[in-house]
Design a protein around this ligand. Structure first.
Ligand SMILES: O=C(CO)COP(=O)(O)O
Length: 157
């Protein structure tokens, strides 16, 4: 089969006030909470969501509103992936655990795949998350190229 892939002829803007998903596997939750505490002020200027357990722990620790979707093993990664496909998510901070196999590994992979496909900024560890949050683009509109879905469908009919 030909290596057919979508062009990135479409674009969208990641707004100044970003929709940020925060997710961590169990062994990485303390690290994420520690990191988020450091960036609490910045995070408070954005709109936050997370997988069920992570969202609850962050909301308790930070005193910020964090919308909780389903817990990861119950489908939360897929819900966040859907938001990416629908262009309703702007940044993903996902401290996935490189040491523990997860029962929902396919979901984890699917989420990371959609973030790569849709050109959504992703941080998977503290250093990258720091770099990302230090970037001026975090507080400004930032245009990104995305797959041209209409062109993709037209090319397949
Ligand atoms: O498993 C997760 C991400 O893959 C996270 O889910 P919880 O935040 O519910 O623990």
């Amino acid at each position: 089969m030909a290596d057919q892939r979508p062009t990135r002829h479409a674009s969208r803007v990641l707004p100044a006030r970003k929709r940020i998903a925060l997710v961590a596997h169990d062994a990485k939750k303390d690290e994420l909470i520690g990191w988020a505490g450091k960036w609490r002020e910045t995070l408070s200027r954005h709109s936050l969501l997370g997988t069920g357990t992570t969202a609850k722990r962050l909301a308790d620790a930070l005193g910020l509103e964090v919308e909780g979707v389903m817990s990861g093993p119950l489908g939360g990664d897929q819900q966040i992936g859907a938001r990416i496909s629908e262009q309703r998510l702007d940044v993903l901070v996902f401290f996935w655990d490189p040491f523990s196999p997860q029962p929902h590994d396919p979901d984890v992979k699917a989420l990371l795949r959609l973030a790569a496909l849709w050109n959504v900024p992703v941080a998977t560890n503290v250093a990258t998350a720091d770099f990302m949050f230090e970037a001026p683009s975090m507080s400004k509109d930032y245009p990104i190229a995305i797959p041209d879905a209409a062109e993709w469908v037209a090319s397949r009919i």
